[in-house]
Ligand binder design. Structure first.
Ligand code: FMN
Length: 371
């Protein structure tokens, strides 16, 4: 189910407009280079690519917005739960978000974006966040070490998003050193400050927090309660500690405890690869929604009950990637994930070298002819 303009009670007209007119075009640009902080893109390539794709999408003055908390209420009334696409650096961008909404994803998160860079740099805004009028509900995930950066970035983006999330889960060493991501699991005071500041400065935005679990669960419950008291309206719990790898089991009891300890919607995250996993997670935790990351990467149609990515979906993604100016490197990666289970070893090797859009298109034409 998708909750875009077809669900009038949840949407209200808004304007696709960042805080200042000169940054308006930022939100209308096509997807350009990848995340600036992971340093995988040569600078000259970023520059050439952003010039090539800038302004591809026409200005869209009106953009419907979605009330995410109402969406959860509606789901509860229907005896259902929300299906959420996780924030994924490099991957959960506009073309992918558009694709998965047509396969029962209710809410999409952007990749984590560094709030201090986003607020300071127009180039970062142009490249890190691209949206469309149909891109709703969308949650902007920020990584920040203080309330000022968090709130300022949220305010700048506020007319082009439905909610803002603080990442308290990124376990990487560089992030911990920068006092962002999972570092914040030790600083509930900073999280509370962020929630209170955004509530004051952009009250129309829904405020959400994505956490991991602490080794001492009492601390995690306390952190969630403090964030909610300060203004958080939705909590997502990835059921692993900062030190645990994604191959380790998810602690469903811990997620359940957090769900039972708070009075806002809670989303359970970890190891959802099939629709059955999703139902089981809700049964085990009692949560109001589930969030998937790796499962959606390999099968964007999992919430629609498809056991593997249908060819049509992969093909549709290719069209969306081209029309939104997605970097071919990112599109190729997505398609490699999606087709992994479809292709034998030889075919995978063949597709591996199809890393330009014409080559990917040609590959699909051949395959559709065979289907
Ligand atoms: C490629 C990739 C990128 C990710 N990027 C982010 C991110 O930007 N922000 C975040 O909070 N978590 C990020 N995560 C973690 C996921 O959101 C999720 O919490 C984790 O993968 C567990 O869910 P899963 O078992 O469904 O994969 C990322 C995970 C993957 C696989």
């Amino acid at each position: 189910m998708t909750m875009t303009a077809t669900s009038p009670p949840l949407t209200s007209p808004g304007t696709l407009r960042p805080a200042t007119d000169d940054t308006l075009q930022s939100y209308l640009h096509a997807e350009t280079a990848d995340d600036s902080w992971n340093h995988e893109w040569p600078e000259e390539e970023q520059d050439i690519f952003s010039r090539l794709t800038a302004g591809v999408l026409p200005p869209q003055p009106e953009c419907p917005r979605t009330d995410i908390i109402k969406l959860f209420e509606l789901k509860r009334e229907q005896g259902d739960y929300a299906k959420v696409c996780a924030p994924m650096v490099r991957y959960s961008k506009v073309a992918f978000r558009e694709l998965i909404r047509s396969y029962n994803v209710d809410i999409c998160y952007t990749p984590m974006i560094l709030a201090n860079v986003f607020r300071a740099s127009e180039f970062a805004r142009n490249t890190e966040y691209t949206t469309l009028p149909t891109d709703t509900p969308v949650v902007l995930q920020l990584a920040a070490s203080n309330a000022d950066d968090f709130a300022e970035a949220a305010v700048i983006a506020s007319r082009a998003i439905d909610a803002v999330d603080i990442n308290c889960g990124c376990p990487q060493r560089w992030a911990y050193k920068e006092q962002i991501g999972s570092y914040l699991m030790e600083r509930p005071d900073i999280i509370a400050d962020m929630m209170a500041t955004v509530r004051r400065r952009a009250p129309e935005l829904t405020r959400t927090v994505k956490i991991r679990i602490n080794p001492d669960l009492k601390d995690t419950v306390e952190l969630a309660r403090r964030a909610i008291a300060a203004g958080a309206q939705l909590i997502t719990v990835h059921g692993r500690t900062r030190m645990q790898k994604s191959t380790e089991p998810v602690d469903y009891d811990a997620i359940k405890l957090i769900k039972e300890s708070v009075d806002v919607p809670v989303v359970a995250n970890g190891n959802i690869f099939t629709l059955q996993d999703s139902h089981d997670t809700v049964a085990k935790t009692g949560c109001d929604g589930v969030m998937a990351a790796r499962g959606l990467l390999e099968n964007p149609c999992l919430f629609a009950g498809h056991p593997v990515t249908p060819w049509e979906a992969a093909h549709k993604y290719l069209g969306l990637a081209i029309s939104t100016g997605t970097h071919p490197f990112v599109a190729h990666h997505h398609l490699m994930f999606m087709l992994e289970k479809r292709l034998g070893a030889w075919e995978r090797r063949r597709f591996h070298v199809c890393n330009s859009f014409p080559a990917m298109q040609e590959y699909f034409e051949e395959h559709f002819a065979e289907c």
